[in-house]
Every structure is written in C-alpha cells, then in structure tokens.
Design a protein. Structure first.
Lengths: 237, 249
C-alpha cells in the first residue's frame, strides 16, 4: 500500500502537519489501514529527501508544516495515471494454506474451506451492514463529504474482495468433489493423483451417500460472476 | 434489533428435526436430514448451499408447500404440519408470505391489486384491502407504482411489489427463494435493502441464495450441505465496534 502517494495526494490540497495527515488518511479510508504517526514522519522524511515535499514553517500551534513540491505533483500525476501492478501478486495466506492442505495428512481440506467460508461471509455481513449505514447517511440529505464517499468506495472494495474469496472457496470445494468423483469413476489407479486422493479423503459424507447431490454441487459455484462494478451506485428502497 | 430483545421474543418460525426423504429403497434421497432452525422477529436468516444441498426443499416445507417426512414446522406457535387441513391452509395463507425468483405477480392485476389480493382472501372488504395495500406500498416507497400492471414494471420493481404483497396485513414471515436470481446486481441490492428494512421493522425473513453478496445482508447465514446444517455465522462481537466506527463517519 502506498502511504507515500496517499500523503502526496493529501498535501496536494494544501500544507499539512504530520498527525493531521494521519487523521485525514484514516478518515478517507475509514481507518481500514491505520497508520501510526511514526510511519507518517518517516515517509515525510523520505519524500523530503527525494524533493517531493518541503518543510514550510509552522502553524500557529507550532506544528511543522509540509508542502508538496512541483516534483511531488508530477509524481502524484504519474501515480494516478499508472495502473496498480497486478502481475506480481502479493502473497495470499489463504491460497498458500489451501495449496499446502492438498494431500496433507490429517487435514480435512473441506473443513478448512468451510471454516474460512464462515469467516469470510461473516466479514461480508459486517461490511454490508456498514455499507447500508454509509449509504443511508449519504442519502439522508446531508452534505456529501468527500471522506464519506471515499469510505463508501473502500467499503465496497472490501465487499467485492470478500465476495470473490467466498466464490473461490465454493469453487475449490466443487473442484475437489468433481476430481474425487472422476477418480472414483476411473478406478483405483487414477485415484493416486494427489488432488483427487485428497478430495476422496476430505469429502466424508457427501460423495459416498448422495452422488446426485455431489454432482449438483459442481454446477452451482460456476455461476457467472458479475463483472459490472456498482461502486458508487446506491440501492433505493 | 438487539440480541437481548430478540431472545425475549418467541420465534416466528421454528423448524424442529425436519427430515424429507424423496423416493424409497435404492433410489431414496435424503433431501433434509434433521434440520433445526429458529427465526425471530426482526431477523433475516440467509440459507446458503450448493444446488442439491436442500435449501429450496427447506423453504417449501417451512412454507407448508410440501410436507416433511418427519419433524415439525411451527409458525407463530402453531404446528402447520399436523391438524385440520382447512385450518392449516388458512393459517399458512395468513401468516406466511412468499417471494419467488420470477415474482409471480398476477399479470391482470395492478400492483395495488396484487398487494390487496391476500387481504381480500383473508376476508377483508375490497375497499379496506385497497387502503391497506396503498398504505403498505407507500410505507415501502412504492406508492408511485400502485396503478401499474406487472408488464409495465421492471423486474426489480415487480420483486419489491412481491415483497410488499408477502408482508401485507399482519403477516410477519417472509420466505424468499433466490429473490434476486433474475435481477442484475444493483437491482438485486435494492430488493435486499427492502427485505432488510422490513426485517428491521419487525418481520422475520428466510432468504435462500447461493450468492454470498446477497447472503451478507442477513443477520445470520446458515450453511447447508447434503440436507444438514454444517455451519452458521453468528452475530459478531465486532458488531458494536464496527458500528461505533461507522458512527464517527
């Protein structure tokens, strides 16, 4: 996450001091990524070293004020124009965990999936409740503060992210069932593939007792995801 | 709705050890295997699970549209699975509202007439039923649709009318089977927002869906697999914390 560019974006609106930047950063993002004031000053120090900001005296209360420089504005413009890199993804603990659970002895991968699904859906419930409140507030006729709008966008990003994860978990489960069925159909030799044998041991009740059910389960999670972003759109009653 | 006030109330819907077996012998399929579920006033419960997990069977039995092989369905303190059929069908009609994926409004009736119909079937005069229907539509900010016919409304509008119809009069249990299935995601959200608001106003709702985004509007999410509840989310302790955070916004 780019604290550096976040601070430049705030300074673009005028000179500010360190703890003020911290407060504004957090209110813009709903404190989703809390900053400590040390991080802010370290980052300001680096920006100053790189010529992106300059100290510009003190305010009445004696806080050291920072101002964005022309080089800083240029850096900020470039940042807004350049897409965020998605080709070298950050390490994802859940993906690593499931990858390690495949074929691991004594691990019920479907239980791992379900416990994560409960947690992820729970998080979605919380975010959705906050979103409902945020939208009600924005539609309540009050002034649409840019911090409130920004917070709504961040919240909705969290909802989209958790939704993608919940769908992926459904997909993983269906995939494992499908592989275990395929392995069972083609006899004991094919069951030697690691993924398939994991699925066989992992799916305790479903695949053996109700083949029709397990087959159906494969179909559902492949439902088309909705590509349209609805960020900023508001449900009406 | 707080946890405490919820517990003080009787559940609107109780499912007790519900089982449903289709067929027999070699072709026997256990669609439901001992489901227990209570739904309280003010609560929206989402039931999630893959196709074939039993979620639609659960809803049709909860609504009295199908009978369980064993177990009980108790709606407003009355067991709807046993007793005089005439009495029970009247009870089901009066206490349970349904919302289906394909809206099921009557095409020859306007929105207001569709909403008034259950009340007329309750024995309320046509005039009074219409007044109540208009009041219900107004309360749900749907008053402007009162005189439209179903084919003059969008899918989302029809579905919101269907929710109004499900909860007209003193009905306070709504059973919704994939109500957003035929809607785009934004319209689906507006339908869920209405359902959420009706539950916040005191109704009890059961929502069957395979979409996590829509399930997330519920107070509680129940996960069904192979006819059994395998897991559920509980209202988190973090709720007040998160709400407090939102309060600062």
């Amino acid at each position: 996450m780019s604290i550096r560019h976040g601070l430049l974006a705030l300074l673009e609106r005028g000179p500010r001091y360190g703890s003020q930047l911290r407060t504004e950063f957090e209110s813009r993002t709903g404190a989703t990524w809390p900053l400590n004031v040390g991080q802010v000053y370290t980052t300001l120090g680096r920006l100053e070293r790189d010529g992106m900001v300059a100290q510009s005296g003190e305010d009445d209360a004696g806080h050291a004020l920072y101002t964005i420089t022309e080089a800083g504005r240029e850096e900020l413009r470039t940042w807004f124009e350049r897409p965020v890199d998605r080709t070298s993804p950050a390490r994802d603990e859940l993906a690593i965990k499931l990858a390690m659970a495949v074929g691991a002895s004594g691990v019920d991968i479907r239980a791992v999936i379900q416990s994560q699904r409960r947690h992820t859906v729970k998080a979605m419930q919380d975010y959705t409740r906050l979103k409902f409140q945020a939208i009600s507030a924005l539609e309540g006729g009050g002034r649409q503060e840019r911090d409130d709008v920004a917070w709504l966008l961040v919240l909705e990003q969290l909802i989209f992210q958790t939704e993608a994860e919940a769908r992926w978990l459904d997909h993983c489960e269906a995939r494992l069932i499908r592989l275990s069925l395929a392995a069972a159909r083609s006899g004991p030799t094919a069951a030697a593939t690691p993924a398939a044998s994991t699925a066989v041991t992992a799916s305790t009740t479903s695949t053996t007792s109700a083949p029709a059910t397990a087959h159906d389960a494969v179909a559902t999670p492949t439902a088309t995801p909705e590509p349209t972003a609805e960020v900023g759109r508001t449900p009406r009653r | 709705m707080s946890e405490r006030s919820q517990q003080a109330q009787q559940p609107v819907l109780q499912l007790q050890q519900l089982t449903r077996v289709h067929g027999s012998g070699a072709t026997e399929v256990h669609a439901l295997r001992g489901i227990d579920l209570d739904v309280f006033p003010g609560e929206l419960v989402a039931v999630m699970g893959p196709s074939g997990s039993g979620k639609s069977t659960l809803l049709t039995i909860a609504g009295g549209l199908d009978s369980p092989t064993s177990g009980r369905v108790i709606v407003e303190n009355t067991d709807i699975t046993s007793g005089d059929r005439k009495v029970l069908s009247a009870l089901r009609r009066r206490s349970i509202g349904y919302v289906f994926q394909d809206y099921n409004l009557i095409p020859a009736l306007t929105a207001a007439e569709n909403v008034a119909l259950p009340r007329e079937l309750d024995g309320v005069s046509a005039r009074k039923a219409r007044v109540e229907a208009l009041a219900a539509l107004e309360e749900m900010e749907l008053g402007h649709l009162a005189d439209r016919f179903p084919d003059e409304m969008s899918g989302g509008q029809q579905q919101r009318i269907a929710i109004a119809r499900a909860l007209v009069g003193d009905r306070r249990l709504v059973l919704a089977d994939e109500p957003t299935g035929a809607l785009d995601s934004e319209t689906g959200e507006s339908v869920l927002a209405l359902l959420r608001a009706r539950c916040d106003a005191g109704a009890a709702g059961v929502l069957v869906t395979h979409e996590p985004r829509f399930a997330a509007w519920a107070d509680r999410v129940v996960f069904l697999r192979d006819g059994a509840v395998v897991d559920q989310t509980v209202r988190s302790d973090a709720d007040s914390l998160l709400t407090g955070q939102a309060g600062q916004r």
